[in-house]
Design a protein around this ligand. Structure first.
Ligand code: NAG
Ligand code: NAG
Length: 300
């Protein structure tokens, strides 16, 4: 009996030790990446991930289980070399089990790091990390940052950039059984629905996030774009913007170089999608999910 108590105590102390020894960071960045996207991961590593941000931790999450033999070996080598890859056990395919993937990555991050914000992005992106840090400033609660699709009955944040305060992330991860949550469809779609019922502040960033709802730049989306024609000031992407999606891995590195040391001039002006999208801020959750309800949710 005594021994039994003792081992519970040891286990308890061990857990406390484990939890309190998690490295403390300001932001954790989870980057989804298919096994074959080595070129994209390298483009991130030699561009924005190389800008020194000691308060930021990141991981690429990819599948090792579905990789071909040769690819499997090179993935393992890449993982050992950079120590920035985590393997996740999901079937092949970008569209499969997206919600479950999100929850898996978030749980991994929560158990390995302590952080104030969690950002989920894709691997074909350019992120002004210092600027993100500056704009966030300090810890916030009940907060989400993204860019919504202003589409009738399909209004939800784009998947390429989703930032959560840690309390909100933890709430979603820990209550996955109790929330109406469809693990088959993306977290973006799930959150487009769930966020209507949560008392949180949402920053629908129309001016900083350069993504497919309406691109803000040309030069980041056309490989081979003649940069010489642009003024150097236009090359400082981070001066005006924060994040770009669908950035080709062969893109001219001058954009990243010019951008790297720009101090932030942007302040956070929180705008709710209710205001940015107006009457187009409505969603019918069943439009992309077999599990979620077939009702129209609108703001009045
Ligand atoms: C919503 O959150 C705000 C800020 O955290 C709080 O002041 C307010 O009481 C909350 N409203 C409800 C209905 O819980
Ligand atoms: C790019 O533009 C510059 C200035 O207009 C021009 O001199 C140069 O030849 C162009 N390069 C290519 C590859 O088209």
């Amino acid at each position: 009996m005594r021994n039994w108590h003792l081992s519970i105590l040891v286990l308890f102390l061990f857990n406390i030790l484990l939890l309190s020894s998690r490295p403390k960071k300001f932001i954790f960045i989870a980057i989804g990446s298919a096994p074959e996207n080595r070129n994209r991961r390298d483009a991130c590593r030699r561009s924005w991930l190389s800008w020194r941000c000691p308060n930021i931790a990141y991981r690429f999450f990819t599948e090792h289980n579905t990789a071909e033999n040769e690819q499997s070996v090179s993935l393992i080598v890449e993982r050992q070399t950079f120590r920035d890859i985590e393997f996740q056990p999901f079937p092949r395919g970008r569209e499969v089990m997206q919600g479950a993937r999100f929850l898996h990555q978030a749980s991994w991050a929560l158990s390995h790091y302590e952080f104030d914000f969690y950002l989920k992005i894709d691997d074909d992106t350019l992120l002004c990390v210092q600027k993100l840090q500056d704009m966030l400033g300090e810890k916030r609660n009940k907060f989400f940052w993204g860019k919504y699709w202003c589409k009738q009955d399909r209004s939800y944040p784009d998947e390429s950039f989703m930032l959560f305060s840690t309390d909100l992330l933890r709430f979603l991860v820990e209550n996955r059984e109790f929330l109406l949550f469809d693990e088959e469809v993306s977290m973006a779609w799930n959150f487009g629905f769930l966020s209507r019922f949560l008392n949180i502040s949402i920053f629908d960033d129309r001016n900083g996030i350069d993504s497919q709802q309406g691109y803000l730049t040309d030069f980041l989306h056309h490989p081979g774009f003649n940069l010489t024609r642009l003024m150097v000031s236009d090359l400082s992407f981070c001066n005006r913007y924060l994040f770009s999606h669908h950035v080709d891995s062969t893109l001219d590195m001058r954009i990243f170089k010019e951008s790297s040391s720009t101090p932030s001039s942007r302040r956070m002006m929180i705008e709710h999608p209710r205001d940015t999208c107006g009457t187009k801020f409505s969603i019918i959750p069943s439009r992309k999910s077999r599990k979620l309800p077939n009702i129209q949710i609108r703001t009045i």
